[in-house]
Design a binder for this molecule. Structure first.
Ligand SMILES: NC(=O)c1ccc[n+]([C@@H]2O[C@H](COP(=O)([O-])OP(=O)(O)OC[C@H]3O[C@@H](n4cnc5c(N)ncnc54)[C@H](OP(=O)(O)O)[C@@H]3O)[C@@H](O)[C@H]2O)c1
Length: 209
């Protein structure tokens, strides 16, 4: 029962790996460069080297679940958004289907369902998330789509909301996302579900039902 973490070296990815590893969740961190291995080795976390724009198949072997928390980030253009956030995600979903994974957990984005509502600069990113989510919904692999609000680096409170209406602000800490992913990694019966995620006042187990 091993979870492949795609985007493991990212800000959410590392926090998730650390929390999940401490909780005894078997994980394999997918990273891009050998020099990123040290941080994971120091924490006893298995790694595999793979790139969303290169060969990926080997990373999936022996895993029964994948979490996609990779992203091209705000410092690249729409070309990388297309290749990483959309095409990279689609390639991972295809491999999950082909290799018969039990579940694919996608870190999407709040309001990805309406890219035209986003500020103009964000629209290609939101469109990539919109299309990747749509592809996953129609793929033959059980899935969970988690849609975090704007990410912050505030300390994790482990108190969240899945409702825009009841949340105090449209933010969520990366730590709270990492804790939510750790919960989801273990809540194996949750399938074909979608959750907005914001900082709030419910425990993660109460919110993600
Ligand atoms: N920013 C927001 O407000 C917001 C809101 C909602 C959702 N999200 C989503 O949250 C997720 C993670 O956020 P974050 O803050 O943790 O992002 P991050 O720190 O930028 O991490 C992104 C990770 O993706 C990896 N990556 C990029 N290109 C890759 C490639 N070609 N092959 C393999 N891995 C690649 C990066 O690898 P390296 O470490 O090697 O660079 C990095 O580890 C993303 O899916 C993002 O779209 C963001």
């Amino acid at each position: 029962m091993k979870t492949l973490v795609i985007g493991a070296n990212g800000q959410i990815g590392r926090q998730f790996c650390e929390i999940a590893s401490r909780a005894g969740v078997p994980i394999r961190a997918m990273i891009r460069h050998p020099d990123q291995q040290t941080w994971f080795r120091e924490r006893g976390i298995e790694t595999t080297i793979a790139d969303l724009e290169g060969d990926l198949r080997h990373a999936f072997h022996g895993c029964d679940q994948a979490i996609f928390t990779a992203g091209s980030g705000p410092h690249t253009g729409p070309d990388k958004t297309l290749m990483i956030d959309l095409h990279g995600a689609i390639r991972c979903i295809d491999l999950a289907v082909e290799l018969g994974l039990e579940r694919f957990v996608m870190v999407s984005a709040l309001r990805a369902s309406d890219p035209l509502a986003a500020p103009e600069k964000m629209r290609p990113y939101m469109a990539a998330k919109f299309a990747a989510d749509a592809y996953l919904r129609n793929a033959h692999v059980p899935h969970v789509i988690l849609k975090p609000a704007r990410l912050t680096d505030e300390p994790a409170t482990r108190q969240v909301s899945t409702s825009i209406r009841s949340a105090p602000a449209l933010d969520v800490s990366r730590g709270n996302v990492a804790h939510a992913l750790t919960y989801l990694a273990q809540a194996r019966t949750l399938k074909n579900r979608e959750f907005d995620l914001l900082d709030g006042e419910s425990t993660i187990a109460m919110a993600l039902v």
